[in-house]
Design a protein around this ligand. Structure first.
Ligand code: SF4
Ligand code: SF4
Ligand code: FES
Length: 336
């Protein structure tokens, strides 16, 4: 029999982490240990954990356990949900350190439930979504056509819309924003984060949008701060290929429409294509130009530690991988 395996479930099966396996771990009536992080931004006091025991019921989800706690033990427990069917994205929390939709995730025998990271906590499991909403609003995420509406049906192909249509599956749950390590650095970068970029992609990757408007939004997205670590994709309940179908195409669009923002990435790519490896000193020279002379003391320290080799930079010696790199990067449209 030919069994189709979803690439995202690899590892889950081996670790008995799939939905069926988790539902099979508990029998109706079994105790489910739930530790919930409690905190009220309006009151003095540090966050604390409160423990509850909830009786398991068939196919119980995290949201069912929270509802049971709110109905039986802690009537003041704050948490959000609306649809109960993986549609509205309001119920995202962290369960045992992983971002999940409470209405969709099967309970574990022992669970710690916490609010999403990287957003201010208002109370208990409720976070303030304003940082995300402000960022999205700043992108002006709507279409502005450079030419008049041609009438229905519009001449659009699947290829024209292949990336934007993936982004349109987003339910704004913010799980990816919580999981992103660059957003976790706080104000150290100007990176907009995966969730706002997915919203931006819905119109920026739409072939009908005015490139000048797309350029205005991309200029302030800090997109080249993304590490391509795929943490966002791992937790996305809508299974959006955030890196490959949103961030990489947006990087390519930034390089095309706002090349000065992509200077570092383009220099990195050009060096690897020419020499088969990165050369840190050439990269700094290309990006900073003559300004690099202002950092001569730092350059000397790096030289003494063997971190840079001016001879290799000067003579631009290619490595054995140079030909293959040039072939690959010549074909690839990615700029990261
Ligand atoms: S791939 Fe980029 S956006 Fe996604 S979690 Fe990593 S750094 Fe954040
Ligand atoms: S991209 Fe996925 S994880 Fe991020 S907000 Fe949208 S649905 Fe949630
Ligand atoms: S309650 Fe709507 S997605 Fe969970």
């Amino acid at each position: 029999m030919n069994v189709q395996v979803d690439a995202r479930s690899i590892g889950k099966v081996e670790n008995a982490d799939g939905l069926l396996a988790r539902n099979a771990r508990l029998q109706p009536g079994d105790p489910v240990q739930v530790r919930v992080r409690r905190f009220d931004a309006g009151e003095a006091g540090a966050p604390r954990f409160e423990s509850f025991i909830v009786p398991y019921d068939t196919a119980m989800r995290v949201l069912d356990a929270l509802n049971y706690i709110a109905e039986n033990f802690a009537t003041d427990l704050a948490y959000r949900w609306l649809c109960g069917t993986k549609m509205c994205g309001t119920c995202a929390v962290r369960m045992n350190g992983r971002e999940v939709l409470a209405c969709w995730e099967a309970v574990e025998p022992d669970m710690t439930i916490e609010p999403l990271r990287n957003l201010p906590v208002i109370r208990d499991l409720v976070v303030d979504r304003r940082p995300y909403e402000d960022r999205v609003a700043g992108f002006e995420p709507w279409l502005e056509r450079p030419s008049a509406y041609p009438g229905f049906p519009e001449p659009l192909s699947h290829k024209d819309m292949k990336n934007a249509s993936k982004a349109l599956d987003c339910i704004s749950c913010m799980s990816c924003f919580s999981a992103c390590p660059v957003i976790g650095l706080g104000g150290l970068t100007d990176f907009a984060g995966p969730a706002p970029l997915v919203q931006l992609a819905q119109t920026a990757l739409d072939a009908r949008n005015d490139p000048a408007k797309v350029a205005r939004a991309l200029e302030h997205a800090g997109i080249f701060n993304c590490l391509s670590c795929y943490k966002c994709e791992e937790v996305c309940p809508a299974k959006i290929p955030i890196v490959t179908r949103v961030i990489e195409p947006l990087k390519a669009k930034t390089a095309e429409l706002v090349p000065h923002v992509a200077k570092h990435a383009m220099a990195f790519r050009a060096i690897v294509a020419a020499r088969g490896r990165i050369d840190p000193s050439e990269l700094v020279l290309r990006v900073q130009g003559p300004k690099v002379l202002l950092q001569i003391g730092r350059a000397l320290r790096l030289l003494l530690r063997g971190k840079i080799d001016p001879f290799k930079t000067l003579f631009r010696k290619p490595t054995a991988a140079a030909k293959a790199a040039a072939r690959l990067l010549g074909k690839s449209r990615s700029v990261s």
